[in-house]
Design a protein around this ligand. Structure first.
Ligand code: ATP
Length: 565
C-alpha cells in the first residue's frame, strides 16, 4: 500500500489527527528530531531524541521477547509443538554476491521519472498515487451531483472552489500547472467532457491531462510533475541500494552495498545455526537492525526514510506444513500489534491478491495501519510472506554450498522404530516488521486531543512501550515531601528502570507537571503531599482518564507492576 492519500473513499472513520501537531509534539518532547538538524536537516534521515530512543528500544525489546525468547507468547504451533526461535546479528555490509543471489541487484530498482522543470523525482509506479494529492480538490469539484435531462445523476463542477483553490493553495503548491494558471480553460474542457459523457465522469487519470502543462492556455496532454506542472521525463531505473567501497581502492572489485533488508543475513547462516545449536526444523531465526534504501521520495516523518530499522523473523519449516505456519504467524503478528494498543478500525490485515504475489510466494499479508497521512487509506507496518524455498535455493545456487536440510524425524519408519529421514529444502515464512513505522504508529495512535482537559494533548502510549514508566512529584518542594519522593523514585527505578525512566520533578505547578507527563506518554504519576506524611498514602493519577485515587505508598510498586505489563 502506498503512503500517499488515496482519492476519498466514503469512510466512517473519525477525522484524521493532525500530522503537523504530532510532529510538533515529537520535537517538543524529544521523540524524533531531523538528522543533522542544525545544518538544515538531511532528507530521509531521522534521529530519535531521549524519549523516542527509549520508545523504540521498548518496541524492539517487546519484539525480541515475543518473537525470539518466548515466541508467540508460548502458543503451540500448528502440530501442537512448542515454537522454537533463536537470535542472530548480521552485518550491514555483506559479500556483493549476496545481493546478486537475492535478486536485489537486478530487481531492487524503481522506475523513476525526473521533472526537467524543478528536478523533482517521481516513482513511475507511484505516479497516480502522487498525483492523487490533488484528489481532495478533484473530488470536491465533482462531488456535487445533479440530475441530468435523461434522469441520470451527473456531476456538477464547483467552479467557485476551483478558482479559489487556483488562486490560493494551488498557486503555492504548483504554480505552473495549467489548472492553476488558466483554471477557466481547464474548467471548460472538463465541462465539455462531462456534457458529452454524463454517465461516466472523468477519472483522476483523465483529469491529469487537464492539470498540465505549463503553457498558458494549454490543457496539456503529458503527465505533469506533481510539484511544478512541467511534463515529466521518461521512466528510468533508479537503484535503491546505497553503494560504497570496502578496501583501499574505489574500484569495481571493491564495490559493496548497504543492506536493504536484514533477512538475507539470516539465510546465509541457516546451516551455521543448524550446525551450532540444537534447533531443528521447524524453527525461526530473528534478526533486527538497520537497513538502507535510497528511497526516491522519503516522507511522512520516519514512515519512509532512507535509513530505518527492521525486525525480521525467518521461520523455516517443512513444505507440507508451510501454509499452516504462514497462517500461524500472520494471525500472531496481527494479535501482537493489537496487544500494543493498535486496535480497532485503524489496524487491518490485508491479504495480497494473487497478482500481487512474487512468483515464489504462496501467500503474503500486510498488517496495515491507518496513519493520519494515509487516511482514509492504510500504510504497511509489517509484511508476512510465505517465501517458499526461494532464498535458500538462490543462495545454494550462487554460493554452491548445500543448504538443504536432513530431517531425521521424517521418512519411512525403520525396523528399529527410528525414521529413515528425509532431505528437503525448508520453506520460509517471513514476518518482516519495521520498527520506525511501528513506533510512529504507536505515537499516532496514542496522540489524543481532549479539549475538556486543561492541557489537551495526551500521548496514550501502551505502558509496555512508554519511555517514561512513572513520575513521582512532591506537591511542594518543602516539608519533607522531596525526601519521600526521592526515596519512592529510587525504589521504582530499581524495579522498573530497565525499560524506562522514572521521572521526579518538583518544579512548577502540579498541573503543568501532569501536562508535561501527558504529552510524554507517562501512564502514571504519583504525588506526595501533606497527607502522605501523616497517613503514608499518595495520589495516583491515570494519564488516560485524568482520574486520581489514593493508595498506600507501600502499594505503589505492586500497583505499577500490575499495570506495566
Ligand atoms: P513499502 O512497500 O512501503 O516500500 P516494502 O514492502 O518494500 O514497504 P518490506 O521490504 O516488506 O517493505 O520491509 C519490511 C518492513 O520494513 C515494512 O513493512 C516497513 O515497516 C519497513 N520499511 C520498509 N521500507 C521502509 C522505509 N523506507 N522506511 C521505514 N520503514 C521501512
Amino acid at each position: 500500500m502506498s503512503d500517499t492519500p488515496v482519492p476519498a473513499a466514503p469512510s466512517s472513520a473519525a477525522a484524521p489527527k493532525s500530522m503537523d501537531a504530532i510532529m510538533a509534539l515529537c520535537k517538543r518532547r524529544g521523540f524524533v528530531f531531523q538528522a543533522s538538524d542544525i545544518y538544515g536537516g538531511i532528507n530521509g534521515f531521522w534521529d530519535y531524541g531521549p524519549l523516542g530512543a527509549q520508545l523504540k528500544k521498548n518496541l524492539r525489546d517487546a519484539w525480541w521477547q515475543d518473537m525470539v525468547m518466548n515466541p508467540a507468547w508460548g502458543r503451540k504451533g500448528p502440530g501442537g509443538e512448542r515454537v522454537r526461535c533463536v537470535p542472530l546479528e548480521t552485518c550491514i555490509i555483506q559479500h556483493p554476491k549476496v545481493w546478486e543471489a537475492s535478486g536485489h541487484l537486478a530487481g531492487f530498482a524503481d522506475p523513476m521519472r525526473k521533472c526537467p522543470g524543478c528536478g523533482h523525482f517521481v516513482r513511475a509506479d507511484q505516479y497516480w498515487d502522487t498525483i492523487a494529492q490533488w484528489s481532495e480538490w478533484f473530488n470536491s469539484l465533482l462531488q456535487e451531483y445533479e440530475p441530468s435531462v435523461e434522469g441520470t445523476q451527473h456531476p456538477r463542477i464547483n467552479a467557485e472552489r476551483l478558482f479559489k483553490w487556483a488562486r490560493g493553495k494551488g498557486k503555492r503548491a504548483a504554480p505552473n500547472l495549467a489548472l492553476v494558471r488558466t483554471p477557466e480553460v481547464v474548467l471548460s474542457f472538463v465541462a465539455e467532457r462531462i456534457a458529452s459523457q454524463p454517465a461516466s465522469p472523468p477519472d483522476l487519470k483523465e483529469m491529469t491531462q487537464y492539470f498540465g502543462t505549463a503553457q498558458p492556455g494549454a490543457t496539456g496532454l503529458q503527465q505533469p510533475c506533481p510539484r511544478c506542472g512541467a511534463p515529466l521525463g521518461e521512466p528510468a531505473p533508479f537503484k535503491l541500494m546505497f553503494e560504497t567501497y570496502a578496501g583501499l581502492t574505489q574500484s569495481e572489485d571493491n564495490r559493496v552495498y548497504l543492506r536493504p533488508e536484514t533477512a538475507q543475513g539470516v539465510f546465509l547462516h541457516f546451516k551455521n545455526v543448524v550446525d551450532s545449536t540444537r534447533v531443528r526444523v521447524p524453527f525461526g531465526i530473528g534478526n533486527t537492525g538497520r537497513s538502507f534504501r535510497n528511497e526516491i521520495t522519503p516522507r511522512n516523518l520516519t514512515y519512509r526514510s532512507r535509513e530505518f530499522e527492521q525486525a525480521e523473523l525467518e521461520f523455516f519449516c517443512h513444505p507440507d506444513e508451510s501454509m499452516a505456519w504462514y497462517t500461524f504467524w500472520r494471525d500472531f503478528r496481527m494479535d501482537w500489534w493489537k496487544s500494543l494498543g493498535l486496535a480497532g478500525e485503524n489496524l487491518i490485515l490485508r491479504e495480497h491478491a494473487k497478482d500481487e504475489l512474487s512468483h515464489y510466494s504462496m501467500g503474503t499479508s500486510d498488517v496495515e495501519y491507518r496513519f493520519p497521512f494515509t487516511a482514509p487509506g492504510f500504510g504497511e507496518l509489517e509484511g508476512i510472506a510465505h517465501r517458499g524455498c526461494y532464498d535458500l535455493t538462490q543462495h545454494q545456487t550462487h554460493s554452491k554450498v548445500k543448504l538443504d536440510y536432513f530431517d531425521t524425524t521424517r521418512g519411512e519408519t525403520l525396523p528399529n522404530g527410528g525414521k529413515k529421514g528425509e532431505r528437503y529444502m525448508p520453506h520460509c515464512i517471513e514476518p518482516a516488521a519495521g520498527l520506525d513505522r511501528g513506533a510512529l504508529a504507536l505515537i499516532c495512535e496514542g496522540y489524543t486531543v481532549d479539549p475538556s482537559r486543561p492541557s489537551p494533548e495526551i500521548l496514550k502510549l501502551h505502558p509496555r512501550v512508554a519511555p517514561i514508566k512513572a513520575a513521582v512529584f512532591p506537591l511542594m518542594d518543602k516539608d519533607g515531601m522531596p525526601e519521600v519522593a526521592e526515596k519512592l523514585t529510587d525504589d521504582l527505578f530499581a524495579k522498573f528502570g530497565k525499560s524506562g525512566f522514572i521521572e521526579s520533578d518538583a518544579k512548577q505547578s502540579i498541573g503543568k507537571r501532569y501536562a508535561r507527563m501527558d504529552e510524554a506518554g507517562c501512564p502514571f504519576c504519583f504525588t506526595i503531599d501533606g497527607d502522605t506524611l501523616k497517613d503514608q498514602t499518595v495520589t495516583v493519577r491515570d494519564r488516560d482518564t485524568g482520574k486520581q485515587e489514593r493508595i498506600g505508598i507501600d502499594k505503589v510498586s505492586g500497583y505499577l507492576g500490575e499495570r506495566l505489563g
